[in-house]
Design a protein around this ligand. Sequence first.
Ligand code: PGD
Length: 828
Amino acid sequence: MTNLSRRNALKNLGAIMALPLFMQTKLFSSENAKKGFKLITDGEVITGAHWGMLKLTIKNGKIVKSEPYEKISKIKNPFLELTGDLVYAKDRIKYPYVRKSYLQNPDDPKPELRGRDEWVRVSYEDAINLIAKELKKTRKKYGAEGVFAGSYGWKSSGNVQNSRILLHRFMNMTGGFVGVLGDYSTGASQFIMPHVMGTLEVYEQQTSWPVVLENSKVVVIWGANPIVTLRISWTVNDDLGLKYFEDLKKSGKKIIFIDPVKNETCQFLDAEWIAPNPNTDVAMMLGMMYELYNSKKYDKEFLENYCVGFDKFLPYLLGKNDETPKTPEWAEKISGVSAKTIKELAHTIFDNRTMIMSGWGMQRAHHGEQPHWALATLCAMTGQIGLPGGGFGLSYHYSGGGVPTAKGGVVGGITTGSTNSGGAEWLEVASKYSFPLARISDALLNPGKTIDHNGQKIAYPKKIDFIYWVGGNPIVHHQDTNKFLKAWQLPRTIVVNEIYWTPTARLADIVMPATTSYERDDISMVGDYSNIAIVPMKQAVKPIGESRNDFEIFRDLAEKFGVKDKFDEGKSELEWIESFYEGAYKQVLSMNLIELNGVDMKPFKEFWQENKPVKFLSTMESESYIRHGDFREDPILNPLGTPSGLIEIYSETIEKMHYDDCKAHPMWFEPIEWLGMKNKPAEFHLVSSHPTDRLHSQLNNTSLREHLAIANREPVWINEDDAKAKGIKNGDLVRVFNARGQILAGAFVTKNIKKGVLKLSEGAWYDPLNSSEENTLCKNGSANVLTIDIPTSKLANGNIAHTALANIEKYSGEAPDLTIFKHPDPKA
Ligand code: PGD
């Protein structure tokens, strides 16, 4: 931002500050703050979402059409057409609401009535005052330790309206909060892989697709569904990940697919399907390693020069200490995959240049630290890590991993403001009390408890009395919903900024109406790994009802704490966007890319007015990128970030932790529930994969649900033989249940799932039949009602969503109506 525009902004602010808060907010969201840019009421607006760049057609100020700005792959992405559904959804939260008992007496708010109490509509100003007052009260009584604002979730794209960061920014500047460690996606791998490979691996650029397409002879996709998951990205989807999977299909390479479910990707690629029992991949990998060792097909030189600890792992593999050699026959008994197939697979990946692309589902399981560690060990034995098209990659299924990175400008984003805005001390508080995200129920139910985590001891906060959640849906995303609901009753205050009346919003005390990203201005990069473009995310329509941008809500709250100036640094939302854009523009100018690469990038005003993305080109270097290629070339000059600088098959760091559930080398551990266990508590293994027709729980309230629901519920996949044995027919309403809970679902009878396995995607909105009754039936089919809430191990404390047994039966009762998509305020 130029000095002049900053001075002007400050001058304007001086005048604005004299106005009452309500009017200030109005002014900020009005044309004045838009520096002369007008809302397009008839025409086209370009914007972006997790599912890609969008072209919206606007008529009379309403969105009448939503389509891809451009489509690179031929794989259809129906999410791109749903913008109208999202903006004009019947269950939009249009006004601030407070739960009646909370409003009557915030000191005795009857938390047990959450989800059942009446909602009272209040003015925006009253809601802001109430949040500020109660937050101050909590902080005074319990300090930063009393306020949880870890607030995890996939929110919406956009670098300014990043709701979680804005929440943290506000909390940091006003007294601190309890945060979290890790995430749900890669809770186990992001803690184990730094011990093994020295980096997270799960969020790193992969060997580039052109290198894979040119060099890999075989591609193994192990536990992933890229055709589905690549329809979304954390920033704005570049569609290139899908395009490369199309190229893979066309290449005619041998593709092997390992998954209990023959999912959309396996079907699309027409791949060879190997179906292990859920949670038994490590046993399969060990069987393959045994076979390689036994047939002397392993790269001794690689193990000696690039790895440590194979010698210490070998006795385990050969069964020297536990009298259990991990033979393919041993693996067959556990995984249900024949020893013959395991042996063949081992030879195939050794004899051919093979890229093993693994998803993250297998690490969202009990002992989820083991699969990716075992995979790294297997690939170390083949000696292909760091070779073109060989080794393993843990991010090809996510946000376009492997799509070559472009050379261009990168737009910045709003920060937590902790370093330059006087928040450092609070950051310390936040980090002191932060706990592993997936332990949230445990932390609420066991205040002050000390747990082990990655070699450290962590004490939970002594009293979390205030929760502020934005951009996430924890009632749906967290494991063991019935347990979580008990934990959720403990804090005195729960505030949620939401767009829709999600299950989480319904279980709050104060609900702030948030705009969708189509009702506000923002900016984003396109392609998490490719950085292929900058997309203007221009406001398309006026905010619905009294909904506000998260930026406004937190700025107005900051005002109540006297830190508005620190919060917004004197800039309007558009000026923040401008400053981020200008940063990227400077980078492009300094690299002379306009002349050298023909990049069409102009100063901000023209860019914003032009309403089209700025595109960048990938480089030769990024197209030929080989993950760990430099390490392979010279492990002394380019060591890994592990203590030894090498791949740690045996980790002395982990050995020193003395954990019983994660030892110093990869191992097979029996999960707490699985098909091979004695005295199974239920008959089927339930996997709760990421959904085909949603982004987690987002889009469940759109017309897409109506097309894809079965019996008006979440579909549950069941093998045709299992269905026959249970008297279940395709389309039947079924009850899926275990000791933790029960849900209704619609049966999808198919041969594309292994016998004994059920698939129910995560993210269906929790819809209790009778919320005052314990373990009540979820009418819509939320998978987490059935999952287990224990940690992967003491090392990572990740979630174990994919470890759960459940029963299934045809539902004979009368089908109850769904209520979760209806507006809770009859007057609204
Ligand atoms: P979303 O549905 O994306 O799920 O859990 P997550 O909470 O991220 O929730 C985002 C919410 O943010 C939505 O309700 C949306 O309306 C709201 N929102 C969107 N934009 C904005 C905004 O601008 N402002 C505000 N205030 N709100 C906004 C996902 C989580 O689920 C993840 S990441 C994973 S990997 C886990 N996966 C599994 C799994 O595999 N299996 C099971 N059983 N459970 C899982 N849970 C986890």
